[in-house]
Design a binder for this molecule. Structure first.
Ligand SMILES: C[S@@+](CC[C@H](N)C(=O)[O-])C[C@H]1O[C@@H](n2cnc3c(N)ncnc32)[C@H](O)[C@@H]1O
Length: 215
């Protein structure tokens, strides 16, 4: 069995942390945007497609998804109410207020119908679910995607058995360093998806997986 660090903080703490981070998140996470953009490019959402973003944060990807899917409305779910407020403001300023439908909630159980979406995007969020919960999150993605639907994932990649300094911080300060590297490709395949594209990049010495999977 492939071993990754566990998540020790609660969902309540996650929601509070991201509420606190929401106003400054764009500043300190600016280096992540390039990877998110590669993921969006790989997912290649087309006009009219029904799309869901899980963990939309401040709405960086949501904005691009809304433009690509127009005239279809893009759905999003995030556990932090304040992230939702920041994302909604960003979309409103871009004149895309009516192009999105956002929910505040835990994506471990998706409040959407079976076979609802053509595409799902998850950027730097799959890593936040605890190890036993990750398969359920991915099964939920499988359930709400249409046959042949696409899943785009951008995630920190666990590469070797050694504990990276980043994981050490995650274990010692779980509310401060929330993400940890995961075996995203293997986890996605385990629930029945077929990986169709996989690009590996590096961020501050940490490997990042950009993945496209098909139902
Ligand atoms: C590291 S941020 C990434 C934000 C955005 N995807 C990006 O790439 O900039 C993780 C986001 O996932 C959200 N999140 C954390 N746990 C979640 C959960 N259980 N369900 C839904 N969203 C969650 C957080 O509130 C936060 O907005």
């Amino acid at each position: 069995m492939l071993k990754i660090s566990r998540v020790s903080r609660t969902k309540e703490e996650a929601s509070q942390n991201y509420d606190r981070l929401s106003r400054l998140y764009d500043l300190f996470a600016s280096s992540e945007k390039k990877f998110t953009d590669f993921g969006l490019e790989m997912l290649a959402v087309q006009s009219g497609e029904s799309v869901l973003e899980i963990g939309f944060g401040t709405g960086h990807a949501l904005l691009k998804l809304a433009r690509a899917a127009h005239p279809a409305i893009v759905n999003g779910i995030d556990i932090s109410k304040k992230m939702r407020i920041v994302a909604e403001r960003k979309l409103r300023r871009a004149g895309l207020k009516n192009a999105i439908r956002l929910k505040t909630g835990d994506a471990a159980k998706l409040p959407y119908d079976n076979f609802q979406f053509d595409a799902i995007f998850i950027s730097f969020t799959l890593e936040l679910f605890d190890t036993p919960e990750m398969p359920f999150v991915l099964q939920e993605c499988y359930r709400v995607l249409k046959p042949g639907g696409r899943l785009g994932v951008v995630a920190l990649k666990k590469e070797c058995r050694a504990i990276h300094v980043y994981e050490w911080f995650h274990e010692k300060m779980p509310t401060f360093v929330d993400c940890r590297p995961i075996y995203a490709k293997e986890s996605i395949e385990d629930v029945g998806f077929q990986i169709t594209k996989n690009k590996k990049m590096t961020m501050w010495g940490l490997p990042v997986d950009i993945l496209l999977a098909k139902k």
